[in-house]
Design a protein around this ligand. Structure first.
Ligand SMILES: Nc1ncnc2c1ncn2[C@@H]1O[C@H](COP(=O)(O)OP(=O)(O)OP(=O)(O)O)[C@@H](O)[C@H]1O
Ligand SMILES: [Mg+2]
Length: 243
């Protein structure tokens, strides 16, 4: 995995030297092919898991009564669609529009996320405040779900025991405002400028792609994403999406 690559420097080298440009272009193409192949291969067993669960459901309809069943099926479907996107190597700018309920999307994410926190026995509390007047939204549901999950995952990495994460939304005029707030470690001032750059990570094992992809997706929806942070107090990411 490439870390902390200076993209500007790479672009400059590509402009200056035709050979370098050809080599980097070839490397990027190889990288795209590898990502497509891997995601395609993961999609196959996932399809098997999904079919087996469908079979269980048809033979034992009572499983639908199990409180997490619907969520499991929806999460598997989300993974399948995500892998499909990756295998086609669609980037953040390429949107697949549909009309969907932002309330339902955010509530589903909150439920899955709360379940995953529970399973990890973490002391982190998820507080969600999602009103029912958000209305329909036209956008790329899968990519927006990716954005919200990226922000929630970052929040979880930032908070320690007894922390909280708040996911909230509201409609203001022609904008949907979605906030992910945490009371975690905060972001040092000197890092704030660079966290949206690709491959910029300050975490062990991070790829530094989460925020840059998220920004790309939000911009493709003609929206904005802002961050406010105070060291040792917490961080708030605010997304504004035009309706
Ligand atoms: N809620 C947050 N609290 C504190 N720091 C944050 C928060 N969100 C992001 N950051 C900082 O921004 C950096 C970039 O985040 P980004 O999501 O792009 O990459 P990552 O989380 O490091 O890796 P990846 O998401 O690819 O696994 C993080 O390494 C972290 O330092
Ligand atoms: Mg991240």
């Amino acid at each position: 995995m490439l870390h902390n690559i200076n993209i500007n420097k790479m672009n400059q080298l590509m402009e200056e030297n035709e050979d370098v440009k050809q080599i980097i272009t070839q490397l990027l193409e190889n990288h795209h092919t590898a990502v497509s192949t891997i995601s395609h291969e993961i999609r196959n067993p996932l399809t098997l898991v999904s079919s087996s669960l469908q079979l269980v459901q048809s033979q034992h309809p009572e499983v639908k009564e199990f409180c997490n069943w619907k969520q499991i099926m929806e999460d598997i479907d989300f993974m399948r669609q995500l892998l499909e996107e990756l295998s086609l190597f669609n980037n953040g700018n390429l949107l697949h529009y549909s009309v969907f309920s932002m309330e339902k999307l955010l509530k589903n994410i909150a439920i899955s996320y709360a379940i995953s926190l529970d399973e990890e026995d973490s002391d982190i509390e998820l507080i969600s405040s999602i009103p029912s007047d958000l209305g329909d939204f036209t956008g790329d549901r899968i990519k927006l779900e990716e954005v919200f999950l990226n922000l929630l995952r970052n929040a979880k990495d930032a908070v320690s025991a007894n922390g909280f994460i708040r996911l909230s939304a509201l409609r203001r005029d022609d904008l949907l405002i979605i906030k992910v707030e945490d009371n975690g470690c905060g972001i040092p001032k000197e890092h704030l400028q660079s966290i949206f750059e690709p491959f910029k990570t300050y975490k062990q094992g991070g790829t530094g792609l989460g925020l840059s992809l998220s920004l790309q997706i939000i911009k493709a929806h003609k929206g904005s994403i802002e961050v406010q942070s105070q060291l040792d107090k917490g961080t708030t990411f605010t997304i504004a999406l035009p309706i």
